[in-house]
Design a protein around this ligand. Structure first.
Ligand SMILES: *Cc1c(COP(=O)(O)O)cnc(C)c1O
Ligand SMILES: [Zn+2]
Length: 420
């Protein structure tokens, strides 16, 4: 059966397998578990001429009638690491530049599909709870679709992230408390007003299915299955997307292995790492969020089964979980900006710190192929980085006075120093 014709009812709960409807997405009515769409049954290649998510319209629950919504989400470059390979102590390191998505984060992969769902169903408006990036993503795609949007963010949201959503005309409201409070209000608002909920936990299986595109792309960009894919995790939809894509490809006979997932959380909010370390099946909510790494600070209060499902997936890949301290993630972000030219927010740069830890622990070997998902752009949080104001100069002599000595030698000498 063609995936596009699949009846809505075939979504299912990952914990109790109960079939679920997807028009008013919510958690499983039976057990509260996360609901997902089953893997797409069609064999590769299932790409179309369209751009962005619609390139995979054969495998995702979208039709060409909504292709006008695309802003070129996905199709992000995969590049080799240069200087930061040494920082991570690994030789074969690749970066998937998902911060180059239209609104600056991988969330656009899900939002594009979610907004298409809103248009197709005739939803009056969309709502989402967000630690910051889903806010900008939802606001941008809602603007393009001509739909009103409300985004609910935690009170400690980075101001630059709220500003992006405001620029796109969303109603942006800070909800007292941490992310889980925003999450609960978004869920209630969607139910009360009949709006579509685009929150990127596992609450909307249609939107979440859009994250499979990241896995499809990696499979096209690499001639082998990577040994590890490193993913920052709030509740884990991106892990689900990547693993589901590779499972589909395996079912289609493309390869036999799954990439191992290295899941990354912030030390001050690490409910899934905690369950991994204690070797238990069930994830429990994190009591008090204490981290500056906002993008992955999800305590899972009210929906811990998201974490339980994500941990199950990580284990199915023979993967692992690592917690990263704020200072390590910030140091990694600095290294990426200074040594690689990549401006990445700490929540995504945390991946590099996790690779270093996993190398230390002997989990990742030096010659293994490692892909880090650089999920979010650093520009939205740059102002908060506490940088000094740029020195003010009036003329060329002032400028020369400000420069490091080795850069002001004669041009011949300088030419010798230019990296080739
Ligand atoms: C939302 C977000 C994550 C967490 O992803 P989930 O799949 O929701 O767990 C990671 N990195 C960045 C930059 C994000 O915005
Ligand atoms: Zn269930």
């Amino acid at each position: 059966m063609d995936h596009r014709d699949r009846p809505e009812g075939l979504a299912h709960c990952v914990l109790c397998d109960r079939p679920q409807r997807t028009e008013f997405p919510d958690y499983c009515a039976g057990c509260g578990g996360p609901v997902v769409l089953p893997p797409a049954p069609v064999a590769l290649p299932a790409t179309t001429e369209s751009t962005g998510a619609w390139r995979y319209a054969g495998r995702l629950p979208i039709s060409q009638e909504t292709a006008w919504l695309s802003m070129g989400e996905g199709q992000t470059p995969l590049v080799s690491a240069t200087s930061t390979r040494a920082w991570c102590a690994t030789e074969r390191l690749r970066y998937k530049l998902d911060h180059l998505n239209p609104s600056g984060s991988f969330k656009d992969r899900a939002t594009a599909v979610g907004i298409a769902q809103a248009i197709t169903q005739g939803a009056p408006a969309v709502v989402c709870a967000s630690s910051g990036n889903a806010a900008g993503s939802t606001a941008a795609y809602a603007a393009r679709a001509g739909l009103p949007s409300v985004v609910l963010v935690p009170e400690a949201v980075p101001p630059g992230k709220a500003a992006v959503a405001q620029a796109h005309g969303a109603t942006v409201l800070r909800v007292r408390g941490d992310y889980s409070n925003s999450f609960q209000v978004a869920r209630e608002l969607a139910a009360r007003l009949g709006w579509l909920n685009l929150t990127t936990t596992f609450v909307n299986p249609v939107a979440v299915s859009g994250l499979r595109s990241a896995g499809y792309e990696l499979a096209e960009q690499l001639s082998e299955v990577p040994d590890w894919i490193v993913v920052p995790i709030g509740s884990g939809p991106l892990v689900h997307g990547i693993v589901t894509a590779y499972q589909e490809l395996r079912a289609a006979g493309m390869h036999t292995e799954l990439p191992r997932i290295l899941g990354v959380q912030a030390h001050g909010c690490a409910p899934i790492v905690d369950a991994f370390d204690r070797d238990v099946e069930r994830v429990t909510p994190w009591p008090t969020v204490s981290t500056r790494i906002s993008a992955i600070s999800d305590p899972l209060r009210g929906y811990p089964s998201d974490g339980t499902y994500t941990l199950r997936l990580v284990r199915e890949t023979r993967g692992a979980m690592v917690a990263v301290r704020d200072a390590e993630a910030e140091e990694a972000a600095e290294a990426l900006a200074r040594d690689e030219g990549l401006l990445i927010e700490s929540g995504a740069a945390a991946n590099l710190a996790a690779v270093r830890t996993a190398r230390d622990r002997g989990w990742i070997h030096q010659d293994e192929l490692v892909v880090c998902m650089l999920t979010g752009h650093g520009i939205k949080t740059l102002a908060a980085a506490g940088r000094q104001e740029a020195p003010l100069v009036a003329n060329t002599d002032d400028v020369i006075g400000q420069l490091p000595a080795h850069t002001t030698k004669a041009p011949e000498d300088l030419n010798d120093r230019v990296k080739r």
